[in-house]
Design a protein around this ligand. Structure first.
Ligand SMILES: Cc1cc2nc3c(=O)[nH]c(=O)nc-3n(C[C@H](O)[C@H](O)[C@H](O)COP(=O)(O)OP(=O)(O)OC[C@H]3O[C@@H](n4cnc5c(N)ncnc54)[C@H](O)[C@@H]3O)c2cc1C
Length: 408
């Protein structure tokens, strides 16, 4: 059994996090007799034979309450978090977070806010109010800044609202050739800080953030690696680095490969893991309330050109328009990656999700709905927003087939 010592654990200060070989902060950590900690990846798993039956997912079309398409703002170069001076304005960009925008939001916000603070201004503007703009606003307030958000849309109309809502910090965040040592250092710092912030949001009223179990199912044996996100790219996509497995394995609980009889699913291979999940409706409401309670103000405004940034009274602007930056800034480095999420009526009794890649279906039990996700050929490079109902119906049927009716 490997041992971790107390000094190696994150404290949330964010100091020298990248230098720590292993960190924790999870409930799974056990204290040993000598006061050190056990590496949770080496601990024996729970006895699955003793687990109670899983509540079945009621996967049927008559429970469908919404079907929406979102565009992941993917930059093969990695997200753009840097300062650009435009006339008399210091514009800090914070966009291009691919399929990891929710997961990395706090870490990305901290980087952007540090750049904004360095301008010396005490009042700043933020453009955009999706996952990135809103967390950046709250982080800026925590750093003592006065913040006004300008945005074309608010939740629930922003793209971020249509995300799956799970911890996936390495999902389409950079293409493999651009995952330099410096990128990896920054990514790890962002992932660790975000993880710390999300952990501090557990156990709150309305459950904005919680842990859930995921059953990963497969027709073939599992490849090495622990992350929920599958790294084999879908057709037409670049290769991606295995960032979680390589840099933050300690932030993932060790997956448990299950034997037949230890799970109820009619599949050849099943693996169980724990997943950090964001209940997006409650979470965004909490963030908005927090922002307003700290004196933040909101202005509905659409910018047609960055020249209009000059109209704002604030001299420092954090720009967080996500995929819209491609048109607004004419930034062709942004690649759209279409994604479709459906919501079925919530099932609070279902305390787990299912990820079945080879059957193209994924479901997670959020408080605001059973989210069903599936991909379509051609998603990569597509900014199409028309839902494909047939894909969702197929995914719902495949999930339903995992719960054969009980006879007798
Ligand atoms: C199907 C799907 C599932 C996903 N699941 C996950 C997940 O489980 N976990 C995860 O971490 N990430 C996930 N993502 C990725 C995540 O959703 C994105 O990275 C994130 O939403 C990007 O947020 P954003 O704030 O940059 O963009 P947006 O949500 O698009 O926000 C942009 C903001 O800018 C405003 N704006 C745009 N243009 C202008 C303008 N011209 N003038 C003024 N305002 C403007 C908009 O109104 C909006 O307020 C998923 C994405 C998809 C598509």
């Amino acid at each position: 059994m490997s041992i971790l010592h107390r000094r190696n654990f994150i404290t949330g200060t964010g100091l020298a996090l990248a230098a720590l070989p292993l960190t924790a902060g999870r409930a799974a950590v056990q204290t040993l007799a000598d006061g050190s900690f056990a590496d949770p990846r080496t601990l024996p798993g729970p006895d699955y034979a003793q687990r109670g039956p899983l509540a079945p997912v009621k996967a049927s079309l008559d429970r469908l309450i919404s079907l929406e398409v979102c565009t992941r703002p993917f930059r093969p170069l990695g997200p753009r978090i840097e300062r650009e001076d435009m006339g008399r304005k210091a514009v800090i960009h914070n966009y291009g977070h691919g399929g990891s925008g929710w997961s990395l939001s706090w870490g990305a916000a901290r980087r952007a806010v540090a750049l904004a603070k360095a301008t010396g201004e005490s009042s700043i503007a933020i453009i955009g109010c999706g996952a990135i703009g809103l967390t950046t606003a709250v982080e800026a307030q925590r750093a003592g800044l006065k913040v006004r958000i300008y945005t074309k849309e608010f939740f629930p109309y922003v793209r971020s609202f249509r995300a799956t809502g799970v911890w996936s910090p390495s999902a389409r965040i950079v293409a493999l050739p651009h995952a330099t040592l410096e990128f990896r250092r920054i990514w790890e710092e962002m992932a660790r800080y975000s993880y710390f912030r999300y952990s501090s949001l557990l156990g709150l009223p309305s459950n904005p953030v919680e842990w859930s179990e995921t059953y990963k199912l497969s027709d073939t044996p599992f490849a090495a690696g622990s992350s929920l996100y599958t790294h084999s790219p879908y057709p037409g996509e670049p290769d991606y680095p295995h960032l979680e497995d390589e840099h933050t394995p300690d932030l993932m609980t060790r997956p448990q490969d299950l034997l037949k009889g230890q799970h109820p699913f009619p599949v050849a291979h099943a693996r169980r893991m724990n997943t950090l999940m964001f209940n997006i409706s409650a979470y965004t409401q909490m963030l908005m309330e927090s922002f307003v309670a700290r004196g933040g103000t909101l202005v509905e405004r659409e910018f047609e050109s960055p020249r209009q940034f000059a109209d704002l009274p604030e001299k420092t602007i954090i720009h967080c328009t996500g995929y819209a930056a491609r048109a607004l800034l004419k930034d062709d480095s942004l690649v759209p990656v279409r994604g479709q999420t459906a919501r079925l009526i919530p099932q609070p009794e279902v305390n787990y999700g299912i990820s079945y890649d080879s059957k193209n279906c994924y479901t997670v039990s959020r408080r605001d709905g059973m989210i069903v996700q599936a991909w379509d050929p051609g998603d990569y490079g597509s900014e199409g927003t028309t839902p494909n109902l047939a894909t969702t119906i197929a995914a719902i049927e495949k999930i339903a087939a995992l719960f054969p009716p009980v006879r007798g």
